[in-house]
Design a protein around this ligand. Structure first.
Ligand code: 2AM
Length: 484
C-alpha cells in the first residue's frame, strides 16, 4: 500500500470548512475532506475544490488511513453534540499522539472537558478560535489555538501559514492550555459587541445631536479611519453609511433598529459575572441590543414619556465631532482593558499562562476587531509582559489623558440631550472608579453588617472581620463571613 499523503483532515464542509480547506491547499498542504453527509464530499471535489490537491474520504476510516502521522484531524462542525459525536467516533481510529482540533464555535468549558478527556486517552486536543468569517477562512483568518501544547509544533506550520498576517507576523500563536483558545475567541466576540456599540453611539450623537447627513457621517468615519481608530469596523460602517438602495435612498435608514445576537457577547458577560470582573462595557453592549429588540415597547413608551426639551447640540459642531471621536477612543481603551482583565482572571482561575501580547497580535489582522490599535496593545505587552492593566501602560495613560476632557463633555452632553450612550458612559464610570483610591463601598459594608451581620474590615486592620451592634439591640452574633 502506498504511503499516506494527507497532511491534515478536515471534517465539516459548510462554507467555513470548505474555505479553510482551500486556504490550506493554496499553502501547499494536502487536505483530506470529509463530511457527515458524505455526498457533499464528492460535490465539493467536483466544484469548489476542482483542480486542487484535496483528497476526498468516503468514511472516517478511509479519512484516517489517508493521513500522515501524527494524524491531524480538524473539526468544523456545529458546536455542541456534533463535536462530541465525531470525537467519540474518531477516538478508536486514532493512535497515541494524534491530534484532534476543534475549530468550531465551541464553548470554552466544553473544550476544557474535551482536552482533559482526550488527554486521558493519549490524544492531543486543540480548541481553536477561528475568526474572520468566510472571507477570513478563505484568505487568512485570525486563529487562536489552545489545548494540549505538545500538539503545537505539529500544527504550527499549517496554522501560521494559512492565518492572516500583520505585516509579516502571523495572526496566530499558541494561546494556552485547555479551552484557552475558545475562551480568548469568546472575549474577542465580546469586544466586537463593544466596538460595534461604541460606533453606534457615535453615529447616534452625530445623527441626532448634530443632525449630520449620512454623507457627512461617512466622511467623518473616513477621517477617523486614518488615525487612532483605523479599523475594519470603522471602515465598514463608513461604507454602510454611503450605501444606497436600488431606489437611490440610503439603505441604513430603512433597516429595522432591533439588534440580533447569537450569544457570544452574552457568554462573555456571563463569564465576567462568574469570575467577578467588571467587564461593564461588553455587558452594556449586550443590554443595549436587548433594549433595541423591545421595539414595540419603545415605540409605545416614546408616545408617553417626554425627554428633555433641548435635544440638539448647540456648541461648535466641528469641535464636538472631535470630542465624539475621543469619547469613542477612550471608551475603546477601557473596553480592551476590561477584556484583558477578564482573560487575566480566567488564567488565574484555571492556572493558565496566557500570552497576552500574542493575543493582541492574533486580533491585529484577519478578524472583525482588527485594528491599528491592537498593534499598540501588542507593544504595551511587549514592553511589559507582566502589565497588570492596559490603563497603566504609559502609551495608553497618555492617550486617555488626551481624550479625557472630550469624553466627559460627550457623556455630559448626551445625558443633557437625552441621547443614550450606555457604552461611553459605563466606560467613563469604570475609569473613574478604577482611578479612585477610595470608593463608597465602606457604606455597603456597613449596610450589610447592619441588616445582616455580614461583618466588615477596618481600613487599618484588613483581613480581620468584625461585627458591630449598630442599633444597640439584636445581639452581637455575626453571620458567617461570605464573599459574594
Ligand atoms: P452536514 O453537511 O451533514 O449537515 C455545519 O453545519 C457542519 O456541521 C456541516 O458539515 C454539518 O454536516 C455538520 N453537522 C451539523 N450537525 C451535525 C451533527 N449532529 N453531527 C455531525 N455533523 C453535523
Amino acid at each position: 500500500m502506498s504511503q499516506p499523503t494527507g497532511d491534515i483532515a478536515l471534517i465539516g464542509l459548510a462554507v467555513m470548512g470548505q474555505n479553510l480547506i482551500l486556504n490550506m491547499n493554496d499553502h501547499g498542504f494536502t487536505v483530506v475532506a470529509f463530511n457527515r453527509t458524505v455526498e457533499k464530499v464528492e460535490h465539493f471535489l467536483q466544484n469548489e475544490a476542482k483542480g486542487t490537491k484535496v483528497i476526498g474520504a468516503k468514511s472516517l476510516e478511509d479519512m484516517v488511513s489517508k493521513l500522515k502521522k501524527p494524524r491531524r484531524v480538524m473539526l468544523l462542525v456545529k458546536a455542541g453534540q456534533a463535536v462530541d459525536d465525531f470525537i467519540l467516533k474518531l477516538v478508536p481510529l486514532l493512535e497515541k499522539g494524534d491530534i484532534i482540533i476543534d475549530g468550531g464555535n465551541s464553548e470554552y468549558k466544553d473544550s476544557n472537558r474535551r482536552c482533559k478527556a482526550l488527554a486521558a486517552q493519549g490524544l492531543l486536543f486543540v480548541g481553536s478560535g477561528v475568526s474572520g468569517g468566510e472571507d477570513g477562512a478563505r484568505y487568512g483568518p485570525s486563529l487562536m489555538p489552545g489545548g494540549a501544547e505538545q500538539a503545537w509544533p505539529a500544527i504550527k506550520d499549517i496554522f501560521q501559514s494559512i492565518s492572516a498576517k500583520a505585516g509579516k507576523e502571523p495572526c496566530c500563536d499558541w494561546v494556552g492550555p485547555d479551552g484557552a483558545g475558545h475562551f480568548v475567541k469568546m472575549v474577542h466576540n465580546g469586544i466586537e459587541y463593544g466596538d460595534m456599540q461604541l460606533i453606534c453611539e457615535a453615529y447616534h450623537l452625530m445623527k441626532d445631536a448634530l443632525g449630520m447627513s449620512q454623507a457627512e457621517m461617512a466622511d467623518t468615519l473616513d477621517e477617523w479611519n486614518k488615525g487612532e481608530l483605523d479599523s475594519f469596523l470603522i471602515e465598514i460602517s463608513r461604507d454602510i453609511l454611503c450605501f444606497k438602495d436600488k431606489d437611490g435612498q440610503y439603505l441604513l435608514e430603512k433597516i429595522r433598529d432591533t439588534a440580533g445576537q447569537k450569544g457570544t457577547g452574552k457568554w462573555t458577560a456571563i463569564s465576567a459575572l462568574e469570575y467577578g470582573v467588571p467587564v461593564s462595557l461588553i455587558a452594556e453592549s449586550v443590554f443595549a441590543r436587548c433594549l433595541s429588540s423591545l421595539q414595540g415597547e419603545r415605540i409605545e413608551a416614546s408616545k408617553q414619556i417626554q425627554g428633555p426639551s433641548k435635544t440638539k447640540y448647540e456648541g461648535d459642531k466641528k469641535q464636538f465631532i472631535n470630542d465624539i471621536k475621543y469619547a469613542l477612543y477612550a471608551s475603546k481603551i477601557v473596553s480592551y482593558a476590561q477584556g484583558f482583565m477578564l482573560m487575566r482572571e480566567a488564567a488565574k482561575e484555571f492556572g493558565w499562562k496566557l500570552n497576552f501580547g500574542g493575543i493582541a497580535l492574533m486580533w491585529r489582522g484577519g478578524c472583525i476587531i482588527r485594528s491599528v490599535f491592537l498593534g499598540n496593545i501588542k507593544e504595551a505587552f511587549d514592553k511589559n509582559p507582566q502589565l497588570s492593566n492596559l490603563l497603566l501602560d504609559d502609551f495608553f495613560k497618555k492617550e486617555v489623558q488626551k481624550c479625557q476632557e472630550s469624553w466627559r463633555k460627550v457623556v455630559a452632553s448626551a445625558v443633557t440631550l437625552g441621547i443614550p450612550t450606555p457604552a461611553f458612559s459605563t466606560a467613563l464610570a469604570f475609569f473613574d472608579g478604577y482611578r479612585s483610591a477610595r470608593l463608597p463601598a465602606n457604606l455597603i459594608q456597613a449596610q450589610r453588617d447592619y441588616f445582616g451581620a455580614h461583618t466588615y474590615e477596618l481600613l487599618d486592620n484588613p483581613g480581620k472581620f468584625i461585627h458591630t451592634n449598630w442599633t444597640g439591640h439584636g445581639g452581637n452574633v455575626s453571620s458567617t463571613t461570605y464573599q459574594a
